[in-house]
Structure formats: structure tokens, C-alpha cells
Design a binder for this molecule. Structure first.
Ligand code: GTP
Ligand code: SPV
Ligand code: MN
Length: 614
């Protein structure tokens, strides 16, 4: 018996295929020892991290961490999906050859964990017993202890999820090696990081980061990229960057479920944690199922479209989270929750934390406060005085059980039936508050043309969107045309089609202010959508979908001027016509785009030609 066998035996890890996998990578990465992790190890690992200075205390049962300053977000340019089939190449999946990338990553990882512990994290990206659980099982290997703590919060973790698999080999092999963060050339021509999903081998090889989706491999790499590929290869399901909520109508007793995709940092977490506006709170309750990923499939028994959140926690954007915008999020990180903050501002003396938008002004007395890089605020030079205290992508990590509006049945194997699918981006003009879409093909067409305005940071012509198909641009695993067909097939097979809609909380006035108050008030257009589906309201037909009339929206207590309201409920036909030309160019880049999508495009274009301008 090798020492490694002893560790695996002691942990009760019996799956022989998992044991072989662990041994292979422990040998290759040169890790000094291995440790098998279960959720029950959390308290001990927290204590070890505090002792080692990898975490700092941030109040009772709250923790603070800081990542390397060049390692603060997913790296899209270093992320690739590799397979052995060149036709899997799409516009956005950065396709590469599987054998070539595997060889390269093995060289990067060889010996790179020397002297470190390799943690073995068996996990499940699904509620236990779910129909898609066979595709949800994985084992992450990581040489970073704080990654383990994040995985315990974000996924269901323990040997029980891999020991008794019907096929002992059906688990995703997910290897994470941090690398020498100070010598990886991040963002330079010498960049040596690579984040690779070898999709047709169900193997994930991430090297060169310990942050977020680069390192928590259950979440983005498995939950989105690998699962999207598996869903297509098996023809069984979709894996989408969607939030998933329930809306309970206390008056009628009915429950509705809405899922939908907004690009990263565009409001999914906030929507999922939404409290009903005060005036509607007596009647409606919103419950949280998921805020970042949903897997969708047709339930065999009922024939209906179902969805579930494969995750077990929230990795939420900190910026602008406060009592007004999102009290639910703040309570999900209350003392005792075990939440971990990353890259916000921290005061080691008082153990307080702060981020931009937490309060209107930063703490008045900056004594003891350190910014996200660990530099004292009080010692900032005049020219650096305006830099944010927290990194714009700083986040909090907390488990679903801590979320105050968590759905009572979030852990149920069945998942929930889907009534509506919404898409939304950050668009400062053109896109109204909400427009309902007529059918599936137009819904898929709308998702494929989803985008957000090019910001100062992003390349691109002014007025041309940075397209983000279905909010999956960074998570595309195969070609967009094949993806569109697969989406049409999966959702098209369902009885009771969901209603599609496009929403926009981010329209701005000339002075840059948001026209719609957003956050809690976002429930109002969603209620309208459900009423439209039920035939209780009619809305107003436009060239690009059905828009609510002012009196159909419940607007009691909404802080908005009549002019602004009119703007967000009007279609700007000339702007839309401009956009149609951009869309045509965008869509023509996709190979094998289904004819149904082109037909939808031509239908919308013809409608716009027939619409009076203004
Ligand atoms: P990822 O986790 O990156 O996928 O992002 P997400 O889509 O879950 O984004 P999140 O809900 O965390 O929101 C990102 C930012 O948008 C935060 O700073 C929010 O405060 C802001 N935001 C969310 N909803 C609204 C809204 O309705 N109106 C306005 N103005 N801002 C919003
Ligand atoms: C996103 O970037 O869309 C996220 C955060 O949800 S990460 O897990 O880092 O991908
Ligand atoms: Mn996301």
C-alpha cells in the first residue's frame, strides 16, 4: 500500500477510477501530499487558512481574502475549449486541438505543485438525484486551500458523490494548478496561463490563477462549458449562464418560474435576490433558485421544460450592494454565515470591510483601512486618492442556505418547470424596459443578438454592441450555429412553451442617469410578462415584440417621471433599423446557423420597415 492509498482509504474514497486519476496528477504535479476534502472539513480548513494568513477574520464567522493583484477576474483571452474535432470551432469558444492543449498543460503543470498539498474535492453540480446528475459529478484537484473553501461554498462536496457511480468513470476530471502567480506574465505577450476545457474528454486543465471561475472548476468550467458540450453531445440538455427564480402569487396560490441570461456583472444575482417592492409585498414573494447557472431539460414524465441550479452557493459582485439595492444579499453575508470576501477593502484593526456603493461615502475615518491590494488608504498620494478602495470585480462567496429568500425546494431532485425565459444586457438606449417575444425561434434569435454597449474599456465601434450570445460568449463550448439548433431542439420538444422576453434595466438619460430605478422594481415588468402569458393583459404590438402599456404595469410607488417612463416604453425605430444591419453582420459569422433564426431576423427587419418612424 502506498501512502497515497492510505490517505484515500482513510477518506473512504473507493471509486477506483477516481483513485487512479488522483494518483496520476499527484505524480505529475509533484504535490508533496494529498488530502481528500468533504464539506465537514470546512471549520478545520478555515482555521488553517487563518493561521497561515491566507484568510483574515472579518467579523464573527466572516472571512477576508485578497488575490494576487494581476489575478482578479476570469481571463477570456487565455480560456480555450479543446476537442479532437475541428468542426467544434465556433466564433467565441477559442477552439484548440485537444492533444496539443493537453500536452501543453501537462508541461505547465509538471512539478508545479512541488512542496504543496493537492486537495481532492469530489463534487456534484446538481441537486442530489436530479435527472442530470450523471453529467454533474466531478473531482477537482487543487493546490490552493482557499479554492477548497470556495468550492465547499459553491458546490456539494464529499466522497459520497463519486463512490457509487453507475459508471465509475463518469466524472469530470478537473485539475487546477495555481502556478507561480508572480511570474506568469499575465496580460503580456509572455502570458503562460491557460484555462482549458478538453470537452470531448471531460477533462478540465486550468493553470495560472487562483481566482473565481479560473480556479473554482465546478462552477464555470464544468457547470457551463463542459455541461454545455455534454448537453449537446447527449442531446439532452442546455447549460446556460442564467439566474432562476420563483414568483409566488399569494392571492391565487400560483407559482411561476423564470430563468434568464444577462452577461456577467449585469444583474443576475440582484434579480434572483429581489424583494418584492413594498406595495406588492403582500401579494408576491420572489424566491431564489440560482443566480448564475441553470441547466434546462425536458422532464420525461410531464414533457415540460424544467430547470435547476447546479450550484450550491453565490459568488456575487460586491459593488453597489447595499440596504437599498439588495438587503437580501447583505443578509446572506451576515455574521456567522461563513461568507468569504475577496478583494474588497479591509480594516485589520476593526475587522470591518467596505466596497464602493456599500454606503454612499467611504468610512469617514480612514485609519487602519487597506485597499484591495493591501495598501493603506491614509498613505495614498494625491493622484491615487480617487482610485476605488475595492476592486470592481470584488466578490462575496456564501452558500445558498444563507440566502434569505432561498426557495424551500431548491435542493429537490425534480427541479422546477419553466414559465418564461428572459434576456437582458446593459444597453443605454433602444432596448425598452421589456418586450415579449412571439415564439421560440424569435426567442433564440433574440438571445443570439444579446449584447451590451461597448464600454471605454472594450474594443469596438461606438453604437455597436459587444455581442454576447445568450450571455454565454465566455462559456461557449461549440459552434454557435449548432448551439442555436440544439436550443431549438431542446426547448422545442417541450409541452407548454415558455414565453420569451427581452428586458433592460439600464436605459440612460442624456445626463447618464438610469431611467428605470431597477432592483426591486424589476419585479413589475416580470409580473406583466406572466400576465401576458396568462392572457390577462394584451400589451401593445410593436415591430420587435409586445410592450406593456403604462396602465398594465403596476407602477404604484415607482420613482420615475412620465417622460422617462414614456422613453422606456417606446421603440426607437430608426435606432432599431441601424441595429438590424449590425445584427446581420454578427449572425453571418456563425456557421450552420439554422434557417429558422434567419427567418426570425428577416421577420423583425420587415416589421421595422413597415413601422411608422418615431
Ligand atoms: P456575474 O456574477 O458576473 O455573472 O454577474 P451578475 O449578472 O450576477 O451581476 P450582479 O447582479 O451581481 O450585478 C452586477 C452589477 O449591476 C452590480 O454592481 C449591481 O449593483 C448592478 N445592478 C444589478 N441590477 C441592477 C439594476 O436593476 N439597476 C442598476 N442600475 N444596476 C443594477
Ligand atoms: C462571471 O464572470 O460571470 C462570474 C464570475 O459569474 S466567475 O465565477 O469568476 O466566472
Ligand atoms: Mn456569471
Amino acid at each position: 500500500m502506498s501512502p497515497m492509498d492510505n490517505v484515500l482509504d482513510a477518506a473512504g474514497l473507493t471509486n477506483p477510477a477516481v483513485r487512479d486519476y488522483v494518483k496520476y496528477w499527484a505524480e505529475l504535479t509533484g504535490a508533496e501530499r494529498i488530502e481528500v476534502v468533504s464539506a465537514a472539513d470546512d471549520a478545520r480548513l478555515i482555521a488553517e487558512c487563518l493561521e497561515a494568513g491566507e484568510l483574515d477574520p472579518a467579523g464573527d464567522g466572516l472571512y477576508y481574502s485578497r488575490s494576487y493583484h494581476k489575478d482578479t477576474a476570469r481571463s477570456e483571452e487565455r480560456t480555450v475549449v479543446a476537442t479532437s474535432t475541428p468542426t467544434d470551432k465556433g466564433l467565441y469558444n477559442n477552439w484548440r486541438d485537444a492533444a496539443e492543449m493537453t500536452a501543453l498543460q501537462k508541461e505547465n503543470m509538471r512539478g508545479a505543485s512541488a512542496g504543496k498539498t493537492m486537495y481532492v474535492i469530489p463534487y456534484l453540480m446538481a441537486p442530489p438525484g436530479n435527472a442530470l446528475a450523471p453529467w454533474a459529478t466531478g473531482v477537482e484537484l487543487t493546490d490552493c486551500r482557499t479554492v477548497v473553501l470556495h468550492m465547499i461554498r459553491m458546490a456539494r462536496v464529499g466522497v459520497e458523490y463519486v463512490n457509487d457511480l453507475a459508471d465509475p468513470n463518469q466524472f469530470v476530471r478537473a485539475v487546477h494548478v495555481t502556478g507561480d502567480l508572480e511570474n506568469l506574465g499575465q496580460g503580456t505577450p509572455e502570458d503562460s496561463r491557460y484555462f482549458v476545457t478538453v470537452a470531448d474528454e471531460r477533462t478540465i486543465l486550468h493553470y495560472g490563477s487562483s481566482y473565481g471561475g479560473n480556479a473554482l472548476l465546478g462552477k464555470i468550467a464544468h457547470g457551463l462549458r463542459q455541461a454545455a458540450y455534454d448537453g449537446w453531445a447527449s442531446k439532452k440538455f442546455l447549460a446556460e449562464q442564467y439566474m432562476l427564480i420563483g414568483i409566488h402569487d399569494k392571492e391565487t396560490g400560483k407559482d411561476y418560474h423564470i430563468c434568464g441570461g444577462f452577461p456577467s456583472a449585469s444583474g443576475k444575482t440582484n434579480l434572483a435576490m429581489m424583494l418584492a417592492p413594498d406595495v406588492l409585498g403582500d401579494r408576491y414573494h420572489v424566491s431564489f433558485y440560482g443566480d448564475d447557472i441553470a441547466w434546462l431539460w425536458v422532464d420525461e414524465a410531464s414533457g415540460k421544460l424544467y430547470g435547476m441550479n447546479p450550484e450550491y452557493g453565490v459568488f456575487g459582485v460586491a459593488k453597489d450592494t447595499n440596504e437599498g439595492t439588495n438587503p437580501t444579499a447583505l443578509h446572506s453575508i451576515d455574521e456567522g454565515s461563513g461568507a468569504i470576501f475577496t478583494n474588497i477593502a479591509y480594516n485589520p484593526t476593526t475587522r470591518e470591510v467596505w466596497w464602493e456603493g456599500r454606503t454612499p461615502e467611504p468610512p469617514a475615518d480612514n485609519t487602519g483601512w487597506l485597499d484591495w491590494k493591501g495598501n493603506a488608504i491614509s498613505e495614498r498620494t494625491a493622484e491615487r486618492a480617487d482610485e476605488p478602495w475595492a476592486h470592481p470585480n470584488s466578490r462575496f462567496t456564501t452558500t445558498l442556505d444563507n440566502v434569505p429568500n432561498i426557495a424551500s425546494d431548491y435542493n429537490a431532485a425534480a427541479g422546477v418547470p419553466i414559465d418564461a425565459i428572459i434576456f437582458g444586457g446593459r444597453t443605454r438606449d433602444r432596448e425598452p424596459l421589456i418586450r415579449a417575444i412571439h415564439d421560440l425561434a424569435e426567442g433564440v434569435y433574440d438571445g443570439l443578438t444579446l449584447g451590451a454597449e461597448a464600454t471605454a474599456a472594450a474594443e469596438g465601434k461606438e453604437g455597436v454592441l459587444r455581442y454576447d450570445p445568450m450571455s454565454n460568449r465566455p462559456f461557449m463550448a461549440y459552434g454557435e450555429g449548432d448551439y442555436a439548433q440544439h436550443y431549438l431542439d431542446v426547448v422545442g420538444a417541450a409541452k407548454d412553451q415558455p414565453i420569451f422576453a427581452h428586458v433592460n434595466w439600464f436605459q440612460r438619460g442624456e445626463d447618464g442617469r438610469f431611467l428605470w430605478p431597477g432592483y426591486r422594481d424589476n419585479l413589475r415588468p416580470l409580473l406583466w410578462l406572466l400576465q401576458l402569458k396568462n392572457g390577462e393583459v394584451k400589451g401593445r404590438e410593436t415591430a420587435v415584440g409586445i410592450i406593456p402599456t403604462e396602465d398594465e404595469l403596476h407602477l404604484d410607488g415607482v420613482d420615475i417621471t412620465p417622460e422617462d417612463l414614456n422613453t422606456i416604453l417606446t421603440i426607437n425605430v430608426p435606432r432599431w433599423k441601424q441595429e438590424m444591419a449590425n445584427r446581420e453582420e454578427h449572425l453571418s459569422q456563425f456557421e450552420r446557423l439554422p434557417e429558422a433564426i434567419w427567418e426570425a431576423h428577416r421577420r423583425v427587419a420587415a416589421n421595422l420597415e413597415n413601422e411608422p418612424e418615431g
